[in-house]
Design a protein around this ligand. Structure first.
Ligand code: DX5
Ligand code: ZN
Length: 223
């Protein structure tokens, strides 16, 4: 992966009938974001481990799996075992996030903790050394194409400060409503890893869209 801001298009917004082509054509991306939804943790259903395994088999770039599923303690390790780059589970769906992170890391994937908009970050700040990444949701999870919630930015600032205090290299990811007019706001608040669904796959030129997002994030970060 390149240094500087990381851009991870979400295949939720891609053409699922041509998924191999869809992951092959995002040459400028740092990873591909894969949204697993169970119609229980969120009111929407996508796919499970077999589909993720199939995408993993054909993708030239690392898989960033975002589990929006209940009972993460039971299911998340199975996704790590597919050999994906990173596994994100929701804090709200795990009884013991630190223990689950250790299991995911033990299998060889990066461990990432997601927070819904209504979930406070403070209870998790002491656990950060167990994680490689925290995902601050900037929409209610479940659907693409929603509006970016700028009021989540204080969470990013708190996470960035806590990561510095711990002296760890924690990636801060945002997901939901990331586009040219919002990515700078998140970058300025401390995000370095950006999921973008509709703003990439909805664009006429996906690589130009990725390059534009990367530029906007870099410009904001420099300030
Ligand atoms: C929403 C998903 C997102 C979704 C983002 O629950 O987690 O990854 O694909 O889509 P956009 O970028 O369109 O908001
Ligand atoms: Zn997602």
């Amino acid at each position: 992966m390149s240094s500087g801001p990381r851009i991870q298009p979400s295949i939720l917004a891609a053409d699922w009938a041509n998924i191999q082509h869809e992951v092959e054509r995002i040459h400028a991306a740092d990873g591909v974001h894969v949204d697993v939804m169970d119609n229980h943790f969120v009111p929407n259903l996508t796919f499970g481990p077999q589909m993720v395994e199939a995408v993993q088999r054909v993708s030239p770039i690392p898989l960033d799996v975002h589990l929006m599923i209940s009972d993460a303690d039971r299911w998340a390790p199975g996704y790590a075992e597919l050999g994906v780059f990173s596994v994100t589970f929701h804090a709200e769906a795990s009884l013991d996030p630190a223990a689950l992170a250790r299991r995911i890391r033990g299998i060889g994937a990066r461990a990432s903790l997601a927070l819904k908009p209504g979930t406070a970050v403070e209870p998790y700040l002491e656990l950060l050394p167990e994680f490689d990444q925290v995902l601050v949701m900037t929409v209610e999870p479940g659907f693409g194409g929603q509006s970016f919630m700028a009021d989540m930015m204080p969470k990013l600032r708190a996470l960035r400060a806590a990561a510095e205090r711990h002296g760890i290299d924690l990636w801060l990811q945002v997901d939901g409503g990331i586009a040219l007019d919002t990515i700078g706001i998140a970058a300025e608040a401390g995000a370095d890893t950006f999921v973008a669904g509709s703003s990439v796959y909805g664009a006429a030129d996906v690589d130009a869209a990725i390059a534009g997002l990367r530029e906007a994030a870099s410009a904001a970060h420099a300030h």
